[in-house]
Design a protein around this ligand. Structure first.
Ligand code: GRF
Length: 215
């Protein structure tokens, strides 16, 4: 992990495409000192109307809209920004775009993602065994919350994992189960998952800072 001895802070770049409630969780943890030695170097949004951009600006954080769909060479521009702002760790917090192997090669073990479903430890595998011993399918890709409801499983959850070229399949940093309640719909369940994610994303970054400081 690249860290400047004059500035022992781990510099995060947070990539968003929407509401940015997980970005807010990181901002709050940093501002309240419950996530020491961490600063937000840059927020990148792939949408101009992402509410997360407003959250970033309200906290006077550098923030930029990178128009992903219309942009040829988006990854080249994104990589340039990440180098320019000296990002140590890239957090995909609701970023809705797949990043290529050649992009990820430039940031080995430095890109993490938050996924609203339970992923197995090494990321690969098609089943997950929950704490009560039940084997459930692994829900990857888009609409993972709805996939869990459609599969009528009793438990789902959220996972923070390292990003690899295979979608939602990298090594797990931390995860937590969330029970599905009777009458849950995609919105109500996703809202409960997000409450858990707000803790998980902070916990994951804290664990990475600790390991960066002790290796
Ligand atoms: C989270 O539920 C995350 O798991 C998924 O996108 C959502 C982002 O939410 N990848 P927010 O923009 O942080 O509120």
């Amino acid at each position: 992990m690249a860290t400047n001895p004059d500035n022992p802070c781990l510099r995060l770049a947070i990539l968003i495409s929407g509401s940015g409630s997980n970005l807010q969780a990181l901002i709050d943890a940093i501002e309240s000192n419950s996530l020491p030695n961490v600063e937000i170097a840059l927020v990148v949004s792939s949408r101009p109307d992402a509410y997360g951009l407003q959250r970033a600006l309200r906290h006077k954080l550098p923030a930029i809209y990178l128009p992903w769909k219309q942009l040829a060479g988006g990854e080249i521009k994104l990589a340039t920004l990440l180098h320019l702002f000296q990002a140590d760790l890239i957090v995909l917090a609701g970023w809705m775009h797949i990043l290529s192997a050649s992009f990820l090669d430039q940031f080995p073990q430095r890109v993490i993602n938050l996924h609203p479903a339970l992923l197995p430890d090494d990321g690969t595998g098609e089943t997950f065994v929950t704490s009560d011993g039940t084997s459930i399918p692994v829900f990857r890709g888009l609409h993972a919350v709805q996939q869990a409801l459609d599969a009528a499983v009793k438990v789902t959850g959220s996972t923070v994992h390292y990003v690899t070229p295979a979608v939602d399949a990298g090594p797990v940093i931390c995860r937590e189960e969330v029970a599905i309640e009777q009458g849950d719909n995609e919105e109500s369940l996703h809202q409960r998952l997000k409450t858990v994610e707000h803790r998980l994303i902070v916990e994951a970054v804290r664990a990475i800072v600790k390991s960066a400081w002790h290796t």
